[in-house]
Design a binder for this molecule. Structure first.
Ligand code: M6R
Length: 616
């Protein structure tokens, strides 16, 4: 989510600042809300930070015009906020109490609250509201106890839970950067006289001549002449060399052909990040940023969710979870409709606004209307401090990372996961599920990322099916239960990417009208992964098959019967039905993508559409 860069060189070539600022500018495509650098030389750490949204790096360049000359080493960071608003004091690098040690961090420190409390008790002063700052102070403590920088990093990481790509500099060891990784990406680059580190290749693409991947739980020590690495126990390890022949544009897309592919592939990570640090050791669910007291949540009698597009489909999935698990009547409304229909807001109505960008005007206006009528409003959004977040009483962040492609993909799975966690929290409070069942569902949610990753490995099969169907012009997507929002999402992806007619429809409703449209040439894509609804869905499929439609069916790996019915089967791993939309949507995303590519469409920027719709 955040961007990281670092360089360590020799004092005779003190150009660290240029390297850092240029690298940060090259990370611009990831989006960020603040930026900063820390430069080190013997006895001195110089830091600058700015928080001017997408102008942050430009503002940083201006501030850095005041930097004293002569630094050969330093670290830089562009932040995409997760903990703490996008303000200068929350921007990285963070300093320890001495002002000598500076750290940058990408990821989430799950146990930051307890670490912070301990540090404060031991006399530290923390100046930000981030989870990251604790690392600077933990390293400070280890250094004070005599550890060198590598040892201090190892000891500190031994105390944190969560995900990290972290780098530290210390003015008492100015020609060294120590960095480490768990989950969040980190690479090292080498060139004569300088060694670099970065979260993403573009930051150092034209500076380094060789690239190496830091793997999970490896700690790297960078010096001007190269690097060495150890694992968390201190045993030496070798970094994997990467063969990178990308140009800048390919590098920005993580080596993929387009942002949509990158974002589809990022779904397991988006899920992991969204679920991270939301489960306490005692099995209860917690949301750091959801500032609604348990008492207030207990007063909720009815939930209304407002959203548009893909976010609306995620909300439709959440309805099933809120009703099944928390036994709460839940209504889902298209945001642009809600506001104009004189909605009823009774005491105990919780309105949830769901929006990836947090800037969709329809959703903002809908929650504004709900608040005006006295509802408590929770925002579920991917962008910290977005307009929607500011409009709401409380916020729950999805942590999917920046989504560039107009077609939403990873934000859908992250929204479903976040909303389902919220449903489980409500169930826990209301006592509508047994503690063991909550535990089992939370564990099940945690495993969905692996199933999504498995579904992603089947891209070639989906692409082959799309090749066979590239001439088709009419598509119906059928689903039942949570398969319906999944089907609707599949249809939305197909229509916005290919400009073909595609309609998501309840399987059981087809015979009440649309069946008249089914004839040879029409493609019916069905989601048939729910065992409870399976027989009913097969009857619906028989109806369309009898009228000559071509049948593409999303079915589970263990479904042998489906081969006799479907013309093409897109296989997915089986999972608990309420989790299945996050898995079943994958082949539908891949199918829409392959169809669009087959038709020569621009998958990242479909015609007539904007990523964020800020007009009514
Ligand atoms: O940023 P939001 O989640 O509020 O955006 C909502 C819709 O505009 C968005 O999901 C849109 O439908 C996408 N193009 C779908 O892929």
């Amino acid at each position: 989510m955040c961007g990281i860069i670092g360089v360590v060189g020799t004092p005779d070539a003190p150009d660290a600042l240029d390297t850092l600022l240029e690298g940060l500018a090259r990370l611009e495509y990831r989006g960020y809300d603040s930026a900063g650098v820390a430069l080190v030389r013997p006895g001195e750490t110089w830091r600058a930070r700015t928080a001017s949204g997408t102008e942050s790096v430009r503002a940083l360049v201006e501030v850095c015009a005041q930097a004293p000359p002569g630094f050969a080493s330093g670290i830089g960071h562009t932040r995409w906020a997760t903990h703490g608003a996008p303000e200068a004091e929350n921007a990285h690098p963070h300093l320890d109490c001495t002002g000598r040690i500076a750290i940058i961090h990408n990821g989430i420190i799950e146990n930051h609250a307890e670490l912070r409390a301990g540090l404060v008790e031991r006399g530290h002063t923390l100046s930000s509201r981030t989870d990251s700052e604790v690392l600077a102070h933990l390293i400070e403590e280890a250094r004070r106890a005599g550890a060198d920088l590598v040892e201090a990093m190892r000891q500190s990481l031994g105390r944190v839970r969560g995900a990290f790509a972290v780098a530290v500099v210390d003015a008492t060891e100015p020609d060294v950067i120590v960095a480490a990784r768990r989950v969040s990406p980190l690479i090292v680059g080498t060139a004569p006289g300088r060694t670099y580190l970065a979260s993403d290749v573009p930051a150092i693409l034209d500076r380094a001549s060789a690239f190496y991947a830091v793997d999970d739980d490896q700690v790297v020590r960078l010096g001007p002449a190269g690097f060495s690495a150890v694992d968390l126990e201190g045993a030496p390890v070798r970094l994997r060399q990467l063969a990178i022949t990308w140009d800048l544009e390919t590098a920005e897309k993580g080596g993929f052909e387009d942002f949509m592919t990158k974002e589809i592939e990022e779904q397991p990570a988006a899920l992991a990040n969204t679920l991270l640090d939301r489960r306490r050791g005692d099995g209860t669910i917690t949301f750091d940023e959801l500032r609604v007291a348990d008492d207030e949540l207990l007063e909720v009698r009815r939930v209304v969710i407002v959203a548009t597009g893909t976010s609306h489909h995620a909300a439709l999935v959440a309805k099933y979870a809120l009703e099944r698990w928390a036994r709460l009547t839940t209504e889902v409304d298209i945001a642009s409709e809600y506001r104009y229909r004189d909605p009823v807001v009774e005491v105990g109505t919780l309105v949830i606004g769901v929006s990836q960008s947090g800037e969709t005007i329809d959703t903002i206006q809908a929650v504004r209307e709900a608040r005006r009528r006295g509802a408590r409003v929770v925002a579920v959004t991917n962008v910290v401090d977005s307009s929607l977040a500011r409009e709401a009483d409380a916020v729950l962040y999805t942590r999917a990372g920046l989504e560039v492609s107009v077609a939403s993909t990873k934000s859908f799975v992250a929204q479903v996961a976040a909303l389902e966690m919220l449903a489980l929290r409500l169930a826990q409070l209301r006592g509508t599920l047994l503690a063991v069942d909550v535990e089992a569902h939370v564990r099940g949610l945690g495993a969905v990322g692996t199933l999504v990753a498995a579904a992603l490995t089947r891209r070639d099969v989906v692409t082959d099916v799309a090749k066979q169907l590239v001439g088709a012009r009419d598509f119906f997507y059928l689903g039942r239960h949570v398969g319906l929002p999944t089907a609707m999402e599949g249809a939305l992806k197909l229509k916005e990417l290919t400009y073909l007619h595609a309609e998501g429809y309840p399987g059981g409703e087809l015979k009440h009208g649309p069946l008249a449209l089914i004839e040879p040439g029409v493609v019916v894509v069905a989601v048939a992964t729910d065992p409870v609804m399976y027989d009913k869905m097969l009857s619906n499929l028989a109806e369309v098959k009898a009228r000559g439609a071509t049948l593409v069916v999303v079915a589970t790996d263990d479904d042998e019967a489906i081969d006799a019915v479907a013309d093409y089967v897109l296989r997915v791993p089986a999972t608990e039905p309420l989790f299945s939309p996050m898995v079943d949507v994958v082949p539908l995303q891949l199918f829409a993508y392959a169809m669009a590519r087959g038709l020569g469409r621009n998958v990242d920027r479909p015609r007539n559409l904007a990523k964020t719709v800020t007009v009514e």
